[in-house]
Design a protein around this ligand. Structure first.
Ligand code: 5RP
Length: 309
């Protein structure tokens, strides 16, 4: 029941300037609705404007991938260091503890496999299930220039409509068909098309002249890691990507296929959130590797609020 007893009138605030509310930390996102912004802010941290997403969705088209054979074993030690997990609903329900305080970007496309035409992919998870799973974002691949280009772009447009209706941001993944070249010409075409169609953020590969890709895309770009590289090369690629305008990374194999995944994700965090140079970030990986051989681990997850200037 409403209680009138002790009712205090609002104080006069007209001399005070009311601050805040208008600014949002992500490119091209200032005019989104509150729910969209709130979900994006869970994925891409407001303190640094960056994110370290851990991509572990590979099984949706290639089955048990090296490093992802038993998902709980891979994920459990890495979850505390990931700003976000990108995975499928099957793995979310079967292998991620519901108490985990990590935002989810759910892959909502599939229908293809390594045994057939890769681009023959479509939207395959309802928005209702995304809501049930409390996801912060939905991810779908688009295959620009591939045999099933139109099918993936049409499904993507439908997903964008559904995302706006539910207030769930959509991540476009610029998947590369077998015959495509990963250069800035192709990747700027694909990322810009994704943004024009309504993607709230875009995942793409690093390439030479990456600034052309980030500079012509009006929404945030996160860098996909690609095939496993030596750790120093992967850290250098991540460093170059954020220096050249990426909002962070969505890396998989270069983390979970490393011989020290925790050391690698810590080093990637240092590069992405603190602009650490690859040569000093690699020490974080090496120290962790040494410590884990002795049965110990090193530093705790750093807080983005202490970003180095
Ligand atoms: C596949 C994906 C994967 O999540 C992504 O490519 C995997 O990350 P990585 O390349 O770093 O292993 O979106 O289309």
């Amino acid at each position: 029941m409403a209680d009138l007893e002790g009712l205090a009138e609002a104080r006069d605030v007209k001399t005070k300037k009311v601050e805040g509310g208008a600014h949002f930390h992500l490119r091209g996102s200032a005019h989104l609705d509150w729910g969209m912004k709130n979900r994006l802010a869970r994925i891409i941290k407001p303190d640094t404007g960056r994110t370290v997403m851990l991509a572990v969705d590979h099984g949706y088209f290639q089955g048990p991938t090296s490093g992802l054979e038993v998902m709980e074993s891979t994920l459990e030690p890495l979850i505390p260091y990931a700003d976000c997990l990108m995975l499928t609903r099957g793995i979310l329900r079967s292998s991620v503890p519901p108490g985990a305080q990590v935002p989810i970007v759910l892959r909502v496309s599939g229908g293809n496999s390594v045994l057939s035409e890769l681009s023959n992919e479509t939207w395959n998870v309802s928005v209702e299930d995304c809501i049930r799973l409390n996801v912060s974002g939905m991810a779908m691949s688009i295959y620009v220039g591939a045999p099933y280009e139109h099918q993936t772009l049409a499904a993507f447009s439908d997903l964008i409509d559904a995302g706006y209706e539910a207030g769930i941001p959509v991540l476009a993944v610029t998947a590369i068909g077998r015959d495509m070249v990963r250069d800035s010409r192709y990747l700027s075409l694909a990322t810009r098309m994704a943004a024009e169609m309504g993607a709230n953020f875009v995942k793409t590969y690093y390439c030479e002249n990456f600034e052309r890709v980030t500079g012509t895309c009006p929404v945030p770009i996160v860098m996909a890691g690609g095939k496993k590289l030596p750790e120093i090369e992967a850290l250098t690629m991540a460093h170059n990507a954020v220096t050249e305008g990426a909002t962070g990374v969505d890396m998989g194999r270069n983390i979970f296929q490393s011989d020290c995944p925790i050391g690698m994700i810590k080093a990637v965090r240092a590069v992405v959130h603190y602009d650490e140079k690859p040569q000093s970030a690699i020490k974080i990986y090496r120290d962790e590797k040494t410590a884990s051989k002795r049965g110990a681990t090193t530093a705790k997850k750093p807080s983005p609020s202490t970003k180095k200037k």
